[in-house]
Design a protein around this ligand. Structure first.
Ligand SMILES: *Cc1c(COP(=O)(O)O)cnc(C)c1O
Length: 387
């Protein structure tokens, strides 16, 4: 239901303004400036089938509609559909496919997506091919045939922060008749707009930067394709992985400050990456903003800034595990994208599901979600933890 009259003509105003106003006219009944949390499961009808556009809250809820309109606008999309989680959104997307179909995916994909592909869908007869970011960017066509229905991209990837050439991959996929979805969770629409680069669908875990405060779990899919959107609306109501009104409201509130938060996340991440890339206890920092990163030039072309995620390769797995337990400002936790800085060891935490894969995450890798605290405090705390 993202098409019910966008309130601020989205091509007339800038990103930051749309984040605060699209889909969020003051409440007609009371003038409340903030979109109300419509905590209701059903809507009264005047006569059978005569209502104000809402009949049952799994199908549509006004708070969710506001979120869908706003976030679709930020992705430059005509349509948006909100879900109960990023994986709820992914499950729903997978229902566009059928057993026997093949999916080609970038290999350092989010651990939960990898688990879903290999442990839920592969046993049902779906097939998956995993390629490196480099292969996806430069040689995707060789891996496609008429059975490939979907190309699944993530950029920058998690947790190795490889960069995928979205435009090149989309061209190859479309030539072979496959749809392209980009998981834009790490970049957010503020830093990267996959639909403008040729993707058919863009997916989010709104749990991360979009919510932004580590207080909600949610997911989202946007598209410019009318038929795909209609299908997604059907799947959204038929499968039922929908967000509640309060969760929708939290994400909608997060969006209002997305641009200012991302600017600060990116600035702090650059400080941390540069400082620790030259640190004696660190083999290498992985950050697309560093000129020595293999995806640096591509990221500079494809993104506004380089994002808030940084990974560090330290001397050994033992050192990685000891370091993440010694920080005080950086909290040891899974997830990312909140205002507070988080630190973790993916091999045993977020990416334990890829442990058996040929592209398992190295044990000596530490992943940092750089928050918006003072950069000096973040550097000093990590310094003491590495000592
Ligand atoms: C967290 C995450 C997901 C899964 O989202 P949930 O909201 O946890 O279900 C998918 N992709 C990426 C890149 C993520 O970081």
């Amino acid at each position: 239901m993202s098409d019910t009259g966008v309130s601020v003509a989205s091509d007339l105003v800038e990103f930051e303004t749309r984040a605060i106003h699209v889909g969020q006219e003051p409440d007609e009944a009371t003038g409340a400036i903030t979109t109300p949390i419509y905590q209701t499961s059903t809507f009264v009808q005047e006569a059978v089938g005569v209502h104000k556009g809402y009949d049952y809250a799994r199908v549509a809820n006004p708070t969710r509609t506001a979120l869908q309109e706003c976030l679709a606008s930020l992705e430059g999309a005509a349509h948006g559909h909100a879900f109960s989680s990023g994986l709820g959104a992914s499950t729903t997307l997978m229902h566009l496919l059928h057993p026997g179909d093949r999916v080609v995916s970038v290999n350092d994909v989010y651990g939960g997506i990898y688990r879903m592909f290999t442990q839920v869908y592969e046993p049902k007869g779906y097939e998956f091919t995993f390629l490196s970011a480099e292969e996806v960017s430069t040689g995707l066509a060789e891996h496609l045939d008429e059975r490939v229905k979907l190309v699944w991209l993530e950029s920058p990837t998690n947790p190795l922060l490889n960069v995928v050439d979205i435009r090149a991959a989309a061209e190859a996929a479309h030539a072979a008749g496959a749809l392209v979805v980009v998981d834009n969770t790490f970049a957010t629409p503020y830093l990267q707009q996959p639909l403008a680069l040729g993707a058919d669908l863009v997916l989010h875990s709104t749990t991360k930067y979009l919510g932004g405060h580590s207080d909600v779990v949610g997911g989202f899919v946007a598209t410019n394709d009318d038929a795909l959107s209609e299908n997604l609306a059907f799947l959204q109501k038929s499968l039922g992985a929908v967000p509640g009104p309060f969760d929708s409201w939290l994400v909608l509130r997060g969006l209002k400050t997305l641009a200012v938060r991302m600017d600060r996340h990116c600035r702090n991440a650059a400080v941390v990456a540069e400082h620790f890339d030259r640190h004696p206890k660190v083999e290498r920092a992985l950050y697309p903003g560093l000129p020595n990163h293999p995806g640096h030039e591509l990221a500079a072309r494809q993104m506004r800034h380089f994002g808030g995620m940084v990974s560090l390769l330290v001397g050994s797995e033992k050192e990685a595990i000891a370091t993440v337990a010694r920080t005080k400002v950086w909290k040891l936790a899974e997830s990312l994208g909140g205002v507070e800085s988080l630190i973790e060891q993916p091999a045993r935490m977020t990416h334990a599901s890829t442990a058996e894969a040929p592209f398992a995450v190295p044990g000596n890798l530490i992943r940092l979600s750089v928050g918006i605290e003072a950069a000096e405090d973040l550097v000093e705390d990590l310094e003491q933890a590495l000592r």
